[in-house]
Design a protein around this ligand. Structure first.
Ligand code: 8YV
Length: 331
């Protein structure tokens, strides 16, 4: 019997490709090129499934060109690169990779917060430039993380993992804002207090963004929001580019309206607002919050599990572990 054909749109672990080959005719991308929309469409010809990453946009136009496509498996928890509504309308199942990256991503959020508050990148760069000639009382003086007020915008799995670290590891006062409030028991366990968005902005010493990107979260942090923050505050974005208005942030950082920012995601990444590169008070990392060996392996394997089961293969056939639009399975 002919195996179904799938596309793996970006390079992944050879072990994952080998596993997929047990079930599918696999076209892959070992050179890890980022294909244009046209090239992606060309490569999708005849494919019933695709393993994608945040760089591949799956929209109505692409779906209409490929009526044979049944499943798109994103190797990411975020799926703003998918038009889920268009997929659901055409019976295309979408899957993502939640849970397996929660703790790793929360670790990174904390690392970025600490690097930003304690000016680690800025001081390290100065040392490399040979500028460390003497000790001074105010050299790279920063702000404390322990005991400070940790603000979290978006209180899903990753937000809660960050809250746990802050409350239980660093004795922080945790405040959060989210579309829906957590139940009392979860709030009590995290020692987290629900506040309005305005109070969150006004009170946080360190504000961490962990909400999904959508039309409603576009520029959730812009000029007006930055103006509410403390001049001593740090802003950390490990969620998605576009949640912060980067041009407004550049202005706020340059004017020291807030103290510093730590950014793992950017509008139009991997291109970024060039003014960010000129600012000393921003820590910039290339979208690596989930990048540990164990977690990236787990993400690749979960994406593969979804493809295998979702396309009717293996012992879990018909029961992909993490569907985004499970109504497609029922239909
Ligand atoms: C991915 C992420 O590395 O999971 C997410 O939503 O942003 C990252 O973990 C990235 O999206 C590539 O797919």
């Amino acid at each position: 019997m002919m195996k179904p054909a799938i596309l793996v749109a970006r390079a992944v672990f050879p072990e994952t490709i080998a596993r997929l080959r047990e079930h599918f005719e696999v076209s892959d991308n070992p050179d890890d090129e980022v294909w244009s929309k046209q090239e992606l469409s060309r490569r999708l010809q005849g494919k019933v499934g695709a393993l994608t990453t945040g760089s591949e946009r799956i929209d109505a136009e692409l779906l209409d060109a490929h009526p044979q496509l049944k499943l798109v498996a994103n190797m990411a928890v975020g799926y703003n690169n998918f038009d889920v509504e268009a997929c659901t309308a055409r019976g295309v199942l979408c899957t993502n990779t939640p849970d397996v990256l929660t703790e790793t991503t929360a670790d990174f959020g904390f690392a970025l917060m600490m690097a930003t508050a304690r000016r680690i990148a800025e001081s390290e760069h100065a040392l490399r430039r040979g500028e460390w000639t003497k000790w001074s009382y105010d050299m790279f003086i920063g702000s404390d993380v322990h005991g400070a007020t940790l603000g979290i915008l978006g209180m899903g799995r990753i937000g809660q993992a960050i809250a746990r670290r802050g409350a239980h590891g660093f004795g922080m006062q945790v405040i959060y804002h989210n579309r829906s409030r957590l139940d009392q028991a979860t709030e009590a366990a995290l020692n987290a207090r629900y506040v309005s968005k305005e109070e969150l902005l006004r009170e946080a010493d360190h504000l961490v963004l962990v909400l999904p990107y959508s039309a409603s979260s576009h520029h959730a942090i812009g000029e007006a929001e930055l103006a509410l923050m403390k001049p001593s505050a740090c802003l950390i974005n490990i969620a998605r580019g576009g949640i912060v208005d980067d041009a407004a942030l550049v202005r706020a950082l340059a004017a020291r309206q807030i103290a510093a920012a730590g950014l793992d995601v950017f509008e139009n990444e991997p291109a970024l607002n060039p003014a960010l590169l000129e600012l000393p008070n921003v820590v910039l990392t290339p979208h690596i919050a989930s990048a540990t060996v164990a977690t990236r392996r787990a993400m690749a394997e979960l994406a593969a599990d979804n493809l295998i089961a979702g396309l009717g293969c293996g012992p879990q056939a018909g029961r992909p572990p993490t569907p985004i639009n499970p109504q497609v399975l029922a239909g």
